[in-house]
Design a protein. Structure first.
Length: 400
């Protein structure tokens, strides 16, 4: 989202930002001042509580000011009347060509503004959902993981059901949808065929210089947000099922895990010997420069893994599951290696560890792919084209 905002501004758009400053992702909104026309920030508490989770099932919260169905607890935590009131004030004080809702978690605001203003005869700019994922698909996949307890699987199934119902209604209520992957665009088209949709992958910035000389070819790295459940599950699976097989053949192998907000499940993996948990790091590029092989052991998720694109841009060799590589324009064996079982994953890592020259070649091919397919210029051009099209064809949601 940061880089999208930065490049929208770079390519001539005037962007006003309303930030939902959550308790888990709090930051000073002033850092956006240099890349936005105006920045507004509202503090939103999204902490998960047992009471809130149970209350959401028994007494679902209706999303005010809209005809949308009740969202799942996963989504409703982001609904803030204070933020909505501020959004109304902003829309009354400025003129906009389009309102872009970043992810399903903010879509209610755009739809509520549209419906409320329509009742009073006021027009609203087209609403675009920038869908980072198919959120219900993520929750559905998490509910099927056998490592989770039966009660947790059941609850996640309920979350998946309520999220999908809300997600379908959102897709049918906005003016347009921009997904990150073609697979996600296909899903949105299937549930909202009258809503224009387009797949626009994000741009990726190539590493500014080659630092291969610093790299260690006896190390693996996993760089991801360690507060996202699929990443936590993937890291635990790798340490439990894959790493022991690697250590049998290469006892000197070290796994470095980095990412913001690691919980106890991740922190407990650290042993100071062959598993090093760093937590949040200051520079992702410096971290990648030290490790030649990046692993992405994901078994749930949606959208695309931007961390894979960033690893390819940094000329890292990558080993990923099929779900991890889903939606990417990559070829197994050329740009990265795909492995879906513990044995396949271990063998892929071992082969790259044993053949550093081939790991370098794969990393170079990955960087070439990023340079030719994932530029910010083409991404922003596609978004701009969508904005222009919606401005001329939609003044009310597509399915109204």
């Amino acid at each position: 989202m940061w880089q999208t905002l930065e490049h929208l501004t770079k390519y001539g758009h005037r962007v006003t930002v309303l930030v939902l400053n959550t308790s888990r992702h709090r930051t000073d909104a002033d850092v956006l001042d240099r890349i936005a026309h105006r920045v507004y920030s509202v503090n939103v508490t999204t902490d998960i509580t047992v009471y809130g989770a149970l209350r959401s099932l028994l007494l679902p919260r209706e999303p005010l000011h809209t005809s949308l169905p009740s969202p799942s607890y996963w989504i409703e935590r982001f609904l803030s009347l204070e933020a909505y009131t501020l959004a109304e004030e902003i829309l009354d004080s400025e003129s906009f060509d389009v309102i872009q809702c970043e992810s399903l978690f903010t879509a209610w605001y755009g739809i509520a503004l549209t419906e409320q203003r329509r009742t009073s005869g006021r027009s609203t700019p087209p609403i675009v959902l920038r869908a980072h994922n198919v959120e219900s698909r993520i929750m559905g996949r998490l509910s099927q993981e056998s490592s989770r307890s039966a009660p947790e699987r059941w609850y996640r199934q309920q979350l998946a059901h309520h999220t999908e119902r809300f997600e379908r209604a959102v897709a049918q209520s906005v003016h347009g949808v921009a997904t990150l992957s073609e697979e996600d665009r296909t899903w949105f088209t299937s549930v909202a065929p009258s809503t224009p949709s387009i797949s626009i992958p994000p741009g990726i910035v190539l590493a500014s210089q080659d630092k291969h000389a610093q790299r260690q070819y006896s190390t693996l790295c996993l760089l991801a947000s360690m507060e996202w459940a699929p990443n936590v599950a993937g890291a635990r699976w790798f340490v439990r099922e894959v790493l022991p097989n690697i250590l049998l053949r290469r006892p000197d192998t070290v796994l470095h895990i980095a990412g913001r907000n690691p919980g106890s499940e991740i922190l407990q993996l650290h042993n100071g010997h062959n598993i090093i948990v760093h937590g949040e790091i200051e520079s992702a590029s410096e971290f990648r420069a030290q490790h030649a092989i990046s692993i992405v052991p994901l078994f749930s998720g949606s959208g695309i893994r931007i961390k894979i694109l960033e690893a390819l841009a940094a000329k890292q060799a990558v080993v990923s599951t099929s779900i991890g590589a889903e939606g990417l324009n990559v070829e197994h064996g050329q740009h990265l290696t795909i492995a879906d079982t513990a044995e396949e994953f271990a063998n892929a890592c071992l082969w790259l560890l044993d053949h550093s020259d081939q790991a370098q070649i794969m990393g170079n091919r990955g960087a070439e792919l990023i340079a030719s397919n994932y530029s910010w210029e083409s991404s922003i051009r596609a978004l701009s084209t969508l904005y222009a099209t919606l401005r001329t064809t939609s003044q009310e949601p597509a399915n109204d």
